[in-house]
Design a protein around this ligand. Structure first.
Ligand code: NAD
Length: 245
């Protein structure tokens, strides 16, 4: 919906991934002035379409639309972003079909790198519904000892410096610097910040952080592609759940 430039890039990349692995994708580009009722009508149509396994609404939505109403309208069984309250609740209990794509991508990176989360001090900087909060739950499910930091956290540096696994999801370019990181820590940078037309940087200052970190993800090219891979995984899962393939 609307003209958000970052959303256009994300949607294009998601479509490309679908094509690459053989999932049919259908894009509905809605003009800025679309009403909430019209969006919900479209979602209902897709909810009832047996040839559609998964639905996502690329956020952010224009200001006159209630984001929560849109998320709530998506059938939880087709909610491949896992933002619907039913799926959020399932993540709390640990019995879930869909995991929000970005935190799921982070967990996959950790697993594939052979890093055991059990007993580790895990610090998540950021408490958004789409990254920070579900991220902390997933680390907890893997037996990490999790601290969630946010804009009101006091002495952030003391917290980040205690982390064996540090996840930055703040949205401020180069916010976490090398001196805030413990020697040998695993540093995962979720941030995507456009600081010039063709320059993306993360929330972690890569050059100083890489000198102290034991492992670190780059931006671009780290968590971003994993997010899309996890969206594909959720969509496959949705096809199984809905038996649409
Ligand atoms: P958000 O703006 O919803 O949340 C940011 C969080 O950072 C908030 O919880 C806030 O409390 C915290 N914060 C802000 N200032 C702080 C400070 N000074 N100290 C400590 N905490 C502070 O953002 P979001 O949607 O969670 O996204 C975070 C970043 O991740 C953004 O750069 C976004 O573009 C990126 N992102 C990347 C992907 C991906 O696929 N890699 C997906 C989603 C978001």
């Amino acid at each position: 919906m609307g003209e958000d430039p970052a959303s256009k890039v994300y949607v294009a990349n998601k479509k490309k991934a679908c094509e690459y692995i053989g999932i049919n994708s259908f894009e509905y580009k809605l003009p800025e002035e679309t009403t909430e009722e019209e969006v919900i009508e479209l979602i209902n149509k897709l909810n009832n379409d047996n040839t559609v396994s998964g639905i996502l609404c690329q956020l952010p939505v224009p200001k006159h639309i209630n984001e929560e109403a849109i998320i709530n309208a998506i059938d939880p069984k087709k909610d491949v972003d896992a933002f619907h309250p039913i799926n959020v609740g399932k993540i709390m209990t640990g019995n879930y079909d869909f995991v929000p794509c970005t935190p799921a991508g982070v967990m996959e990176l950790i697993k594939e790198s052979g890093i055991d989360v059990t007993g580790k001090e895990c610090v998540v900087v950021g408490r958004s519904n789409i990254v920070g909060k579900p991220m902390s739950m997933l680390l907890l499910h893997q037996n990490g000892t999790v601290t969630v930091c946010h804009s009101k956290t006091k002495d952030l540096k003391a917290k980040t410096k205690s982390a064996d696994i540090l996840v930055a999801a703040v949205g401020i370019p180069n916010f976490i610097t090398g001196d805030m990181i413990k020697e040998g820590a695993v540093v995962i940078d979720v941030g995507i910040n456009r600081i010039a037309p063709k320059t993306l940087v993360g929330d972690v200052e890569f050059d100083t952080a890489k000198e102290v970190a034991g492992a670190i993800t780059p931006v671009p090219g780290g968590v971003g592609p994993m997010t899309i891979a996890m969206l594909m995984k959720n969509t496959l899962k949705a096809a199984e759940v809905n038996k649409t393939v």
